[in-house]
Design a protein around this ligand. Structure first.
Ligand code: SF4
Length: 69
């Protein structure tokens, strides 16, 4: 089973994510299906969605099946 990767979120992460235009949320993934607002591979998306990531959270959860488009 693929387990997500957790990473601490801090100001350095946010700065570098913005500087390098890091894509990592479901809405930026090639497997995201906007028609069903979910993952085409049927993975749970709650921890990887943009809204959750932009909220004030202590960690970022990366999906191992993320695929850049
Ligand atoms: S593969 Fe992972 S990152 Fe991509 S849509 Fe599915 S759950 Fe989200």
């Amino acid at each position: 089973m693929l387990r997500p990767v957790h990473s601490r979120r801090d100001s350095r992460f946010d700065d570098e994510a913005a500087r390098f235009r890091l894509a990592y949320v479901c809405e930026e993934c090639g497997h995201f299906d906007p028609r069903c607002d979910g993952c085409a591979h049927e993975w749970p998306t709650a921890l990887h969605r943009r809204a959750r990531t932009l909220a004030a959270t202590a960690d970022v959860v990366f999906c191992k099946e993320f695929e850049a488009v």
